[in-house]
Design a protein around this ligand. Structure first.
Ligand code: PHE
Length: 449
């Protein structure tokens, strides 16, 4: 087999993995989910989910990836010999392609907004909902930006692990933090900002309904990139000397920090400008540009904001693509460039169809959903939770406890005090909570609404 790449430094490995986790899930989805689910109580449950379900499943994926240093299919074959578990890699690869297809449509919107912000189009309007509606339903603009985004994605992927993925993450992740902090300070300086802070941090525990709790679990899943074998694939490039537990905790902490900072960047400004936090998915495309339009320095802020979103999202799509690229190159023996190209072409075709769901194909429905909604629904609500159950059961029940201990301790070199609680979470807590998310995704709890 061709020699395999490895991240050069521990920081590089963490930056790339945080790059995968930090994405639209943090900056787009987390604030609007918090907004529609009533604020602080949602955040409280979210943090709990990260702790008892998120970190254990990250570790589970890391154990499989780093132990084998292989793509998902090869890794599963090695971890559960003779058990046919590697068939599950098909689910991971299909799910990753479905996610990248609809995710890159939203990334295309970000590029359009970045372009509009630079060219003055955003500043020149006052009707932001019309701007958004006109753009997404135009027959070619959405497609054009989606394809362009995927092309940019390809350019990074084809440069490979160290010169492409790691180098980009090393530059973009620190820059993203700096920009976020600048936005948070700016948002906190707006008059009446305190209302936004109260909304986020003073929980009303009576607001916790099963619906809120299950929404928070689903969000934790998506945001931490769990269940897709994305973390497995990245950890297959970790060094044998990295501490898996430390890496997992760092990724979960940083991802959560970015989500909370994204809230701090958005809610105080939303309250200060008399907007409502419950706008849903349109929050950052309609509400924020309206706020920037009224702020001093809004022109520059809008450009920086959409640039920040672009950085967050491309480091995530790169990681989704890497799942199939590792598979194509190691199992089908394609070289890196061909594997990246194959991934890009498939994503471009499906991404185009998803982009058209808002325009000429809006009447084309399967199970009552447009393609965009169907891909989102199938991957986020069905395939990701299924992957989460799979990896927690695999590492909690199937793989020998000694192997897990050996891998977490780097063959006895590190002391791991958390093995027991970790295994408990993997065997019981995670599968149980994920089954709940799963049933919720299938609409079993509709009656609770
Ligand atoms: N975690 C990414 C985000 O928050 C999305 C993602 C999901 C990335 C699954 C990879 C795998 O946007």
């Amino acid at each position: 087999m061709a020699t395999r790449g490895q991240f050069t430094t521990r920081i590089g490995a963490i930056a790339a993995t945080v790059g995968s986790a930090v994405g639209l899930g943090n900056i787009w989805r987390f604030p609007y989910e918090t907004g529609v689910h009533g604020g602080a109580a949602f955040i409280f449950i979210y943090l709990l989910c990260v702790l008892v379900m998120g970190i254990p499943v990250i570790v589970a994926e890391f154990v499989v990836g780093r132990r084998t240093h292989k793509n998902v299919c090869g890794a599963l074959r090695e971890m559960a010999p003779g058990r046919k578990f590697h068939w599950f890699s098909a689910v991971c690869i299909v799910a990753s392609i479905l996610i990248i297809s609809f995710y890159s449509v939203v990334c295309g919107w970000i590029l359009e907004y970045l372009f509009q912000a630079i060219s003055g189009g955003l500043a020149g309007t006052s009707d932001y909902s019309k701007l958004f509606g006109d753009f997404v339903s135009s027959p070619y603009r959405g497609v054009m930006w989606t394809v362009l985004f995927l092309f940019a994605n390809y350019l990074v992927l084809k440069r490979g692990l160290k010169r492409g993925i790691e180098r980009m993450a090393n530059v973009m992740m620190p820059l993203l933090f700096v920009l976020l902090v600048v936005f948070c300070v700016n948002s906190l300086m707006q008059p009446g900002a305190i209302e936004g802070i109260k909304f986020m941090f003073s929980p009303d525990f009576s607001a916790i309904t099963p619906h809120v709790a299950i929404g928070a679990m689903g969000q934790a899943f998506f945001s931490l990139s769990l269940g897709l074998s994305c973390l497995l694939t990245y950890s297959s490039y970790f060094k044998d000397s990295d501490s898996l537990v430390k890496n997992a905790v760092s990724v979960a902490l940083l991802d959560t920090m970015v989500a909370v900072l994204a809230g701090v960047m958005i809610f105080p400004a939303v309250f200060s400008y008399g907007m409502t936090p419950e706008a849903g998915p349109k929050l950052i495309f309609e509400v924020l540009p309206a706020i920037f339009g009224q702020m001093p320095g809004g022109y520059v802020l809008a450009i920086l904001f959409f640039f920040l979103l672009f950085m967050a999202s491309i480091t995530s799509t790169i990681s989704m693509s890497e799942i199939s690229i590792a598979y194509f190159s190691e199992e089908l023996k394609l070289n890196r460039n061909k594997a990246s190209l194959l991934n890009t072409v498939i994503a471009m075709v499906l991404g185009t169809l998803c982009a058209l769901s808002f325009g000429v194909m809006s009447d084309f429905k399967i199970f009552g959903m447009t393609l965009f909604d169907l891909f989102d629904y199938m991957s986020s609500n069905i395939l990701l939770p299924l992957g989460g159950i799979f990896f927690s059961v695999l590492v909690g029940w199937v793989v020998d406890k000694k192997i897990v201990a050996d891998e977490l301790s780097n063959h006895g070199k590190l002391k791991v005090g958390v093995l027991k609680p970790l295994r408990f979470c993997l065997r019981y807590v995670a599968p149980f909570t994920i089954v709940l998310v799963f049933l919720y995704g299938l609409g079993v709890f509709e009656f609770l609404k």
